[in-house]
Design a binder for this molecule. Structure first.
Ligand SMILES: Nc1ncnc2c1ncn2[C@@H]1O[C@H](COP(=O)(O)OP(=O)(O)OP(=O)(O)O)[C@@H](O)[C@H]1O
Length: 255
């Protein structure tokens, strides 16, 4: 399913709306969001608490179905896929990394990375896992359990695991939220290199303006709406935009 067109749109959300029941009314977590991610681009999603960032990530990853609108992954409408096909697609076309790494504590780094490859039926899972760990600079730590690794190293194992199946897109939910600034910088350098050198596509939710500044574009949500996008902005510009949105969040005032 992976396309090799260097300029292709990997992920496209068109007019995506997601509501939740809230007492007698409904809460609009995503309000007609439209955004496209080109291959080899890194997009950060920011916004005040409750603005819809997690809902956007979960919808884009096919974990949560929108009420209306379309989500296309490599041109395919994920709503049109059967559960089986969607599950298989998630295993191979989508990688996920989380704030708390979510590694299996009882397994070594290599076994953690081999897991998705085994699920995908790959016979060369061990070799591919070793290669993936090598590529994130952890070739000497393949036998270590998560507790024997630093937070930054654990996140790099998680990145190797997420990318082992060579997915079209990597979803990152606060990937540096649990890291000190030096480890965060190493992880962000790795993500940047994946985008620049391997044309990896990344969609990242973060509260940290300096993490968002490493992305190519920063999309800001407020009250479920995509209100503005910055390209190539520095951390100060991003922090200022976020602060402005935080003062307006929940007011219904259009920024
Ligand atoms: N399962 C759910 N049931 C009801 N309401 C929900 C549910 N999930 C999210 N919401 C609501 O939808 C809105 C958007 O939530 P979401 O978690 O996407 O925001 P967020 O920007 O990720 O917030 P945070 O930065 O605090 O993680 C919030 O008002 C939230 O309370």
């Amino acid at each position: 399913m992976t396309t090799t067109d260097p300029h292709s749109t990997v992920l496209q959300l068109n007019d995506v709306t997601r509501t939740y029941p809230s007492g007698k009314s409904t809460l609009t977590a995503l309000d007609r969001v439209t955004i496209g991610l080109r291959r080899g681009s890194w997009t950060a999603i920011m916004g005040p608490s409750g603005s819809g960032k997690s809902t956007l990530l979960n919808s884009a990853a096919g974990l949560d179905a929108p009420d209306s609108g379309r989500i296309l992954l490599n041109g395919e409408d994920i709503a049109s896929l059967s559960d089986d096909v969607l599950t298989r697609m998630r295993r191979t076309e989508i990688g996920f990394i989380f704030q708390q790494f979510n590694l299996v504590a009882a397994l070594s780094a290599a076994q953690n990375v081999a897991l998705p490859l085994r699920l995908a039926g790959r016979r060369d899972a061990n070799r591919a896992a070793a290669e993936a760990l090598n590529s994130v600079g952890l070739g000497k730590h393949t036998g270590h359990k998560p507790r024997e690794l630093s937070g930054g190293q654990q996140q790099r194992v998680a990145i190797a695991r997420a990318l082992a199946t060579r997915p079209s897109i990597l979803f990152a939910d606060e990937p540096t939220g649990a890291l000190d600034s030096a480890s965060a910088a190493t992880v962000l350098d790795l993500l940047r290199a994946l985008v620049d050198e391997q044309a990896q596509t990344i969609l990242m939710v973060t509260h940290d303006p300096s993490a968002a500044a490493r992305a190519d574009q920063v999309a800001f949500l407020r009250d479920g709406r995509l209100v503005t996008t910055l390209n190539g902005a520095d951390a100060n510009q991003i922090a200022a935009t976020l602060a402005e949105l935080e003062t307006l969040a929940g007011t219904g005032v259009q920024g």
